[in-house]
Design a protein around this ligand. Structure first.
Ligand SMILES: Nc1ncnc2c1ncn2[C@@H]1O[C@H](COP(=O)(O)OP(=O)(O)OP(=O)(O)O)[C@@H](O)[C@H]1O
Ligand SMILES: [Mg+2]
Length: 375
């Protein structure tokens, strides 16, 4: 799929913007603080309904204005579709082909987006919570049911924790009610564990080759770390998990908290036996995340029969010339890619030749060069 037209109104430093993108490679260049990242962010918000940068929705509205709108026409398997988002201080309205969409689960799998941006290194360096949030979102773009399961899981978890608190205070003692909640929690957990395990396995089919192509190093892999060790495919998994909950019951009551489950999972990034969180250089970490994201492109192609839209914010900085060159192999016009850079003169001339070029200056966009699709 690819986004053809993007219209912004009051989005960050854009008063209004109306741009036609090419289905292949788009390069957006400009000096610092002109609006390059903001433009990518607007496309991300249009697809995912939230910023990738952990900002509250209000900060997306242009300073001094009361609302923002984003409109995008995107083409998926030869059909044009339209998405609209309206955000003000109190509300957010999502529309798909002019019909309001109430549930986010119905919305976020419509336009698929994979973004790479400088702060993505936090995926390796940051907290397990960031990583869980990330894989939840990625699997949700692939499978709507996963998003629903996560929401249900979180609701049941909240109820269970509230009940543990009551047990802790001696207000409630009915263990059979807790068992019912635990049973529901286990059902959702098994589904979530399996989906995460499958997803990471799929990533691993591609990521070590991609990492090797770029870094010339063998042995990169992503490891799924559920909070307890067990065989996800064991046919007795329900009983195994139930035993774990029972074993921890006193402890959970003491802390008024469910101390294990999918909400405590993590993923790790390894180069052979080295955990990149502790032993990776900046460049190694950067390419690890890039390899993860580029693997996802392959997964989307295979399981959604369409290509996602790839947003690459400032991807070439910090990489040496050799790595930059190796990376070019993964930027091709079969996948709509939108790249930002401050330094267009430093980009490979072959890449520029096959790209549509835009310059951004203080929230205004100027088309510099068209591209013919057969170039
Ligand atoms: N809500 C907002 N209203 C108005 N302007 C905003 C808002 N949020 C951010 N900005 C402005 O947008 C500009 C930053 O844009 P952006 O992050 O897209 O820059 P950039 O071109 O990616 O720069 P760099 O090359 O440094 O990454 C800043 O000038 C900032 O003040
Ligand atoms: Mg930027």
């Amino acid at each position: 799929m690819y986004i053809k037209k993007l219209k912004l109104h009051n989005f960050r430093n854009y008063k209004s913007l109306n741009v036609t993108l090419t289905k292949g490679i788009n390069i957006i260049y400009g000096e610092n603080a002109q609006g390059k990242t903001n433009l990518l962010e607007s496309i991300y918000v249009l697809g995912i309904t939230k910023s990738h940068r952990n900002f509250i929705d209000n900060s997306l509205i242009k300073k001094g204005e009361e609302y923002l709108t984003i409109e995008g026409t995107f083409n998926d398997n030869s059909l044009d579709n339209k998405l609209n988002i309206y955000i003000d201080n109190k509300s957010k309205v999502l529309k798909y082909n002019n019909n309001a969409v109430k549930k986010i689960s119905d919305y976020i799998s419509i336009m698929n987006i994979i973004i790479f941006y400088p702060d993505d290194l936090e995926l390796i360096k940051g907290s397990p919570q960031d990583r869980r949030k990330y894989i939840n979102l990625e699997i949700s773009q692939l499978y709507r049911n996963y998003f629903i399961a996560i929401n249900e899981y979180n609701k049941i978890l909240k109820l269970r924790n509230e009940y543990l608190k009551k047990m802790n205070k001696g207000i409630s003692r009915d263990k059979s009610y807790l068992d019912i909640l635990t049973g529901y929690l286990i059902d959702r957990s098994i589904f979530i564990y399996k989906m995460r395990d499958k997803f990471i396995n799929k990533v691993n089919l591609y990521c070590s080759n991609i990492y090797k192509d770029i870094m010339n190093l063998d042995g990169f892999k992503v490891v799924y770390k559920p909070s307890i060790e067990f065989d996800i495919n064991d046919s007795n998994i329900k009983e195994i998990l139930k035993k774990q909950y029972d074993k921890r019951l006193e402890y959970d009551i003491k802390l008024s908290m469910t101390t294990f489950g999918p909400h405590k999972d993590d993923i790790e990034f390894y180069l052979n036996d080295k955990n990149l969180k502790y032993y990776g250089s900046q460049g190694q970490q950067k390419v690890a995340i890039l390899s993860l994201k580029l693997s996802e492109v392959e997964i989307f192609k295979k399981y959604k029969q369409t290509t996602p839209i790839l947003l690459l914010d400032d991807i070439f900085s910090e990489l040496d010339d050799k790595k930059k060159n190796n990376l070019l192999k993964y930027i091709n016009k079969d996948i709509q890619t939108i790249i930002t850079t401050t330094d267009v003169n430093n980009l490979d001339s072959r890449l520029i030749k096959k790209s549509k070029l835009f310059k951004i200056n203080d929230g205004n966009i100027i088309k510099i060069k068209e591209v013919k699709l057969d170039e």
